[in-house]
Design a binder for this molecule. Structure first.
Ligand code: IMP
Length: 418
């Protein structure tokens, strides 16, 4: 009864959508347990591409999705995802936790206002209202799906209180928000269910459950590069609290890492590149945010950051994506340590900005195109160019964790196992 957690080990956009679609093959359920519509998971199966924000991407394989209580629920985004999936795949199972907190339009407006207030120190959020929704939730004035569905008087009056505070500051009042929300909540009523119970049943009957993390470890509110983080937990431990099962439901943790590093939004990034190689990788990899379309910042793989992420997540094995995007370069660098800072991963923005990455450069590998991909599908890992295998081995040596899956192309079928 495997409960497999899949989390991003960098700053998000590691290719978790595709990794989850691969790992969710044969699963009875794929679960989202954190984040909200700030996530953008792109997955392409059999030539068809999906861009999902609320429903876990693994549902394209498992055809069964759950959204746990740890998710910030954007109902409009949820329906868009559902329509997109059902148009191509037909009906899928969907279970939504009644405990999930709702993201309101006001949260999105506040997200924008708070960013403007920060002026030069902007986080570069996705403007999907996640920070303000978290403020609301942790102030214990939040509105959950069950509160709206059951017309819970105390919760509704708390939400009114919260709204009037912020509407006063923003200088605008919207009357229709609750009726609009009620309409959306009614549409989701048929999908509401006990997510923890559904997971437990699946596991007890011998099924496989995949917990699909959103964002990445370095965006975790406690463990990431604060304050340039998101407002939820992104580490593997949050799969348990965010979905409503105990930690023993988790038997394996897969960490997803891209062969180079990207970051969208502001914040420290020790191995960031400001060179034509970054432009080339951005172009080849289509490195633009799936939610906002912003160009992603690009840098070399950072083993210091990844070692920290492997420890935080108890990673059992690595899913290394985009070895094909990194192909065709004369040389490839991996950061092995930082100079100028103490032991471990630096806590403050200033110390991360001081960190001087010390690299090892290894030879690059020949371009991985369609012909080689075809061979890789037939022959597996052995068909990977020798230099690319050396890169994979260097990652394993530096992180002390085996690389088990390697992404060599955009499709779910373009994965080789080692
Ligand atoms: P928020 O989650 O929209 O508040 O944004 C906070 C930070 O997390 C910003 O730097 C965002 O760009 C980043 N972020 C949020 N979601 C994702 C994601 O799914 N992929 C990559 N970065 C993300």
């Amino acid at each position: 009864m495997p409960g497999i957690v899949l989390v991003g080990l960098q700053w998000g956009d590691e290719g978790k959508g595709k990794a989850s679609a691969y790992i969710s093959r044969g699963a009875g359920l794929t679960v989202r347990f954190n984040g909200g519509a700030n996530a953008g998971h792109t997955v392409s199966v059999g030539g068809k591409s999906f861009s999902l924000h609320m429903i876990p991407a693994g549902a394209v394989s498992s055809r069964s999705a759950a959204l746990g209580p740890g998710v910030y629920l954007d109902l409009e985004a949820l329906f868009k995802d559902l329509e997109q999936l059902e148009q191509s795949l037909g009906r899928i199972e969907l279970v939504v936790s009644p405990r999930a907190h709702l993201v309101l339009d006001l949260h999105k407006e506040l997200d924008k206002s708070l960013e403007l207030l920060r002026s030069g120190e902007r986080i570069g959020t996705t403007l999907r209202g996640i920070g303000p929704a978290a403020m609301h939730k942790y102030a214990r004035l939040g509105l959950r799906l069950c509160d709206i569905l059951e017309e819970d008087a105390a919760s509704l009056s708390a939400a009114h209180l919260w709204r009037s505070l912020w509407e006063g500051l923003l200088g605008r009042v919207e009357e229709a928000w609750l009726s609009r929300l009620r309409e959306l909540a009614e549409r989701v009523r048929g999908f509401v269910g006990d997510v923890g119970g559904r997971i437990e049943r699946e596991l007890c009957s011998g099924g496989k459950v995949v917990f699909e993390g959103a964002q990445g470890t370095m965006l975790d509110i406690d463990h990431g590069t604060y304050p340039y983080v998101t407002s939820s937990h992104t580490v593997s431990a949050s799969a348990s609290t965010g979905s409503g099962v105990g930690i023993k439901a988790i038997s394996r943790v897969i960490g997803v890492a891209k062969s180079y590093t990207t970051r969208v939004g502001a914040g420290p990034f020790p191995t960031e590149l400001h060179s034509p190689i970054a432009d080339e990788l951005r172009r080849r990899g289509g490195e633009y945010g799936a939610t906002t379309g912003r160009p992603r910042r690009i840098g070399w793989l950072d083993a210091v950051q990844l070692r920290y992420a492997c420890r935080l997540n108890s990673v059992d094995e690595i899913f290394l994506t985009r070895v094909d995007t990194l192909s065709g370069l004369p040389g490839v660098k991996v950061c092995l340590r930082y100079d100028g800072v103490g032991e471990g991963f630096p806590e403050t923005v200033a110390s991360l900005q001081r960190a001087l990455p010390i690299y090892r450069e290894i030879p690059g590998w020949p371009p991985i195109g369609d012909e080689l991909r075809e061979r890789l599908r037939r022959e597996g890992y052995g068909a990977l160019p020798r230099e690319a295998r050396r890169f994979v081995e260097l990652v394993e040596e530096e992180l002390g964790v085996p690389v088990r899956y390697i992404g060599v192309g955009p499709g779910v079928e373009d994965v080789v196992e080692k």
